[in-house]
Write a protein that binds this ligand. Sequence first.
Ligand code: ZN
Length: 265
Amino acid sequence: MKNLILLPVTAITLHLSSCAPTAGPALSDNGQINTVRASNTLLQQGVQQFEAMKKKKRISSNSTYNAQMQRVAARLKQTINMPGARWEFVVFEDPTPNAFALPGGKVGVHTGLFPITKTDGGLAAVLGHEISHVTRNHAGSRKTQATGLTLGGLVLDQIAKRGGASDTSRATLGTLYGTGATIGFALPHSRKAELEADQIGTIYMAKAGYNPNEAVAMWQRFADYNRSKGSGSKPEFLRTHPLDTTRINALRAFLPTAMREYNRL
Ligand SMILES: [Zn+2]
């Protein structure tokens, strides 16, 4: 019995240790973003899942939101160099403030997020963030991490404890275990991936001609919204994208780099 447990433990440990976001610097000195291609399997799964979502969820007919989404996405797309990506930006009718990206270049934003993003620059901050998850293949590292999860929540929790994981990340791993088939995509991003997406997101928006300062203002509005709702009703986006002063301060510290790209235009 003990041996039966030990084997998967080893497997999971390997997976967990290999889940750090993508090798190499995200941004080279000359301002180029280093993209990481997802596996063909992951690309296919992303595309398929997005098609399923478009059938299941209501696509918004709000002309203002749709126009803003396509206007901002068109400018951002010109700044992306990712062969093989099939970019698609869809507004879903859903009052919860949420945005997500799937491998292959599929990005969704809920109507409930638009009152928070407000401006084109605000939306560019969110889209830039989501685009970065795709171009840096953050789902690839999460997918690797997820491979071992079907072996059992209890075993996983033990691994997390032994590995010195914080209570928060242990709770996160517990949640992941319950997400079933969509696990590869529903996983919360690691803090490192979030920081990278925040930073690279501002580079995309800067290259597209949106002032990166708008990103800080937008994430601040999102954090304020969250505070106004109180605890217990946290929208999905904030559960998968922990927004705190550390994260916003880190973005603020990165602004000079993003502004350099903005001023290059
Ligand atoms: Zn994110």
